[in-house]
Ligand binder design. Structure first.
Ligand SMILES: [Zn+2]
Length: 386
């Protein structure tokens, strides 16, 4: 069977596992583990605390340092079948495209890598080739974060990671971070006619949001010179705010869901420090002057590191060599690449399909994108062969 047909077959299987982030990915991991072990890979599986999700780290070729990681997340965003032309969890071909949840984000890349595994094994690899399949990327990159600790504990030090997020096979060398928070305000309920006797959680949440929006303006002036991001500065955004019970009751609780997309780690620290100072010096004293039980608590939902553009990059050199690209871009969306980079691994993003189709009904990958990905992987095989 040719590689493209094999890739489609595997992709059909992968799409049929409904690995929405909230659900288990264990069946998909078992399937991929079988394929990789059939190809002769050594496997290492690790589960999350709930036991319902797992990372798979597999190695072909020699053991040791200096390997190349092909990385993909196994989870997908939810799909509402009523918004889809065909069943989201049944791979369906129409007009040169393969439709299904996760086809471009990012089971297409995983399928191509798995299809190639036996070929890589036959090539006689001069350096290790690792497959990293992770869980929970879409909700905060928790799987990749755990994996970084696991491979460090195992003493494995890869030198390059290729993250196959959909880039239309273009080469992406940088993205912003994605830091997500929920800040909860606890006030004191009371009768609406006596606002001074209660502590209105909505009022304090509003003041907090105002401070955040002011910071958003100040961040514009902090954009690094030559920043290639769009927009070039760190952004903040409030996505959801909910609180109170009725018009004539002082709101006892309010929660604000907000995010920040830092272009530098320094910006993230700047925002956090300013908000903490504002809470400690202004908001909390005012709330607690009325009722000592009031509080403001910020929960970290996820802090996904950005991928910083670096001058010398082995990953960029290799992938540009494979794809023939003469430049690398930056993108506004976050990936696991920043985590790999923070772990000391030269990291780059390059994969089939378009991010424009990700997270939408009728997500698809063009078949010629899968073919282009296979071509890149085949060149990688020749590069790695002894
Ligand atoms: Zn993705």
């Amino acid at each position: 069977m040719n590689m493209l047909a094999r890739t489609r077959e595997i992709l059909g299987q992968l799409v049929a596992f409904p690995t929405v982030s909230s659900d288990s990915n264990l069946e998909l991991i078992a399937y991929t583990a079988d394929l990789l072990s059939d190809a002769g890979a050594t496997l290492s599986l690790s589960r999350d605390d709930s036991g319902t999700k797992a990372n798979l780290f597999a190695t072909l070729g020699p053991a040791g340092d200096g390997g190349i990681v092909l990385s993909g997340h196994t989870d997908v965003v939810p799909a509402d079948p009523s918004e889809w032309t065909s069943d989201p969890f049944t791979l369906t071909e129409r007009g040169g495209r393969l439709y299904g949840r996760g086809t471009c984000d990012m089971k297409g890349f995983i399928a191509a890598a798995l299809a190639m595994a036996p070929r890589f094994a036959e090539a006689g690899l001069a350096r290790p080739l690792h497959f990293a399949l992770t869980y929970d990327e879409e909700i905060g990159c928790f799987g990749a974060r755990a994996l970084m600790g696991e491979i460090a504990n195992a003493g494995i030090r890869p030198s390059v990671a290729i993250i196959g997020e959909p880039t239309g096979m273009g080469v992406i060398e940088g993205h912003k971070g994605c830091y997500e928070y929920t800040t909860e305000f606890t006030g004191l309920e009371g009768h609406g006619s006596q606002p001074g006797k209660g502590v209105n959680a909505i009022e304090y949440a509003t003041r907090y949001v105002s401070r955040l929006l002011d910071l958003g303006e100040r961040l514009k002036a902090r954009a690094p010179a030559g920043s290639r991001f769009d927009p070039p500065w760190t952004t903040v955004q409030v996505g959801r705010m909910a609180g109170g019970t009725a018009r004539n009751v002082i709101a006892g609780a309010c929660a604000v869901e907000w995010e920040m997309r830092p272009v530098t780690a320094g910006d993230a620290a700047f925002v956090k420090r300013d908000l903490n100072d504002y809470v400690d010096a202004v908001l909390l004293p005012a709330m607690r002057a009325v009722s000592p039980g009031c509080g403001i608590v910020t929960h970290v939902i996820g802090e996904v590191e950005g991928l910083q553009v670096v001058g010398e990059s082995e990953a960029r050199e290799i992938v540009c060599g494979l794809t023939g690209c003469d430049h690398a871009d930056v993108v506004p969306f976050g990936t696991e690449a920043g985590l790999f980079q923070s772990a000391g691994i030269s990291s780059i993003i390059c994969g089939p399909g378009s991010i424009a189709q990700a997270h939408k009904p009728d997500e698809f990958i063009a078949i010629d994108q899968l073919a282009a990905c296979l071509e890149m992987l085949d060149k990688l095989r020749l590069t790695l062969a002894e």
